[in-house]
Design a protein around this ligand. Structure first.
Ligand SMILES: [Zn+2]
Length: 74
């Protein structure tokens, strides 16, 4: 998997854990906390340029604390 360029992730807004860029099916990605599972909304992409842009936008949402908290039983 290719690395993402220059993505700075703050600590998890929910628990202070580490955020990780997760990709699903080769067409979308999101940032998810490795500790509590809080994550951003998925952003879809169709090519490498959009993939990098999606990563930047997901990181921006993460850093602005726009995350979906993991609900009980989820
Ligand atoms: Zn967390």
């Amino acid at each position: 998997m290719d690395h993402f360029a220059e993505i700075d992730l703050e600590d998890c807004p929910c628990c202070g854990g580490v955020g990780s860029i997760e990709e699903e099916g080769g067409w979308c990605l999101y940032i998810q906390c490795v500790d509590c599972g809080a994550r951003t909304a998925e952003l879809s992409y169709q090519n490498e340029a959009e993939r990098q842009e999606a990563a930047r936008r997901a990181a921006m949402n993460w850093n602005l604390r726009k995350v979906i908290s993991p609900g009980p039983g989820e």
